[in-house]
Design a protein around this ligand. Structure first.
Ligand code: CP3
Length: 344
């Protein structure tokens, strides 16, 4: 049995205090991240591909925040590059040649060997396992097929991803062919991370909540199920985070993950009542609460712990990534409150 509270909580086992980490915990709100980013002189992608510096910025929030889990430093879009798409961050992601036609989908490569295609990823994972041994578990991650397809078809971030929607509703066979390729790449990519030493896997479906429940069921769920079914899970918990998924939890649960990520638009206690005792949950503090005074942060932490009402299988987190202008001392305070207020 694992000694890590984070992994115990993923399996709904009892813990002596609630584990906590923050989505996007490595990043620009930390001056030391900005220093390492500047040190190389290169771009964000150069940082992702430099195992020494990428490992360094993964460790920073563990030292500073005292978080209970680390997440590999990378981006959900880096494995799309070896599919044959040129990627830039300006700072938001941009693909030079978005996917629009059958010829574009045909031309996409699904690399046989992801450990070779993105060799910096297993290299970072191996370094981090050595650095973290006995201290914190390491979470690997990827984008869910739908969220990856959003960027591949739109070519950049968007409020509604209209190009993707046109393909999805207007040419389902083309959408299906694209999603099948992305899902297979994702399966190989996440299995490679497990093979390299990732101790949990989080699948980010940042844009999954854009769809109505019946559309989620048709256009997202089958591919995520295929992906999760195809992972060599052994004792590796799978976390599925659908931003905006709170209104369709029964469907999100059908993806087959061990843990569901919740944003802040759903009440934690109600979500747990709907989901039942056999699945863990992670969330669900509004990230902007970290701009509030310290006593307000503490009350919000207490409120969420009260909503959870001591049910096993709870991991405290933000409902989405930490924002770049949050004062680091407020994030430190949040982690300290979770530990202190939930201590058995
Ligand atoms: O600490 C961690 O959580 C690990 C690192 C991580 C990054 N991106 C680093 C990053 C993780 C887990 C991600 C996931 C990611 N990337 C998602 C899913 C989670 C979410 O936030 O919804 C998405 C949609 C992306 C795509 C992406 N990457 C966008 C939209 C942007 C630009 C917006 C922004 O936050 O800057 C990025 C860039 C990015 N990814 C940065 C970092 C630290 C900022 C780059 C910089 O240093 O300038």
């Amino acid at each position: 049995m694992t000694e890590y509270n984070f992994l115990k909580a993923c399996w709904c086992q009892p813990v002596d205090r609630v584990p906590v980490w923050l989505m996007r915990q490595a990043g620009r709100y930390l001056q030391c991240y900005k220093d390492v980013r500047a040190k190389g002189g290169g771009t964000f992608l150069d940082l992702c591909k430099d195992p020494e510096r990428a490992a360094e910025v993964t460790i920073q929030p563990i030292d500073i925040l005292n978080a209970d889990a680390a997440i590999l430093f990378s981006d959900i879009l880096t494995p799309i590059e070896p599919m044959g798409m040129k990627l830039d961050f300006v700072p938001g992601p941009v693909f030079e040649n978005p996917i629009r036609t059958a010829a574009d989908v045909d031309a996409l490569v699904v690399p046989e060997d992801m450990a070779e295609a993105v060799s910096y990823v297993p290299e970072i994972i191996k370094r981090l396992r050595v650095a973290f041994e006995g201290r914190v578990p390491l979470i690997g991650f990827g984008g869910a097929p739908f969220t990856l397809a959003c960027y591949m078809v739109e070519g950049k971030g968007s409020k509604d991803f209209a190009s993707l929607k046109q393909m999805m509703y207007g040419d389902f066979p083309l959408y299906d062919a694209l999603m099948k390729k992305v899902t297979e790449m994702d399966r190989r990519y996440l299995n490679m991370q497990i093979e390299a030493g990732a101790q949990a896997i989080q699948i980010f479906d940042t844009w999954g909540g854009l769809l109505a429940p019946h559309d989620f069921e048709k256009y997202i769920l089958p591919y995520v199920q295929e992906l999760i079914n195809g992972l060599n899970r052994k004792d590796i918990p799978i976390i599925y985070f659908v931003k905006g998924g709170g209104g369709m939890l029964e469907l999100v649960k059908q993806a087959g993950a061990d843990v569901l990520g919740l944003d802040w638009h759903v009440n934690l206690g109600k979500a747990r009542d709907i989901l039942g005792p056999d699945i863990a949950v992670q969330g669900n503090l509004d990230p902007t609460v970290l701009y509030a005074p310290k006593d307000h942060i503490e009350r919000e932490v207490q409120r969420i712990l009260d909503e959870n009402a001591d049910r096993p299988g709870f991991i405290f987190n933000l409902g989405h990534g930490i924002l770049p202008t949050v004062p680091p001392e407020n994030a430190i305070h949040m982690v300290e409150c979770v530990h202190r207020l939930s201590q058995k």
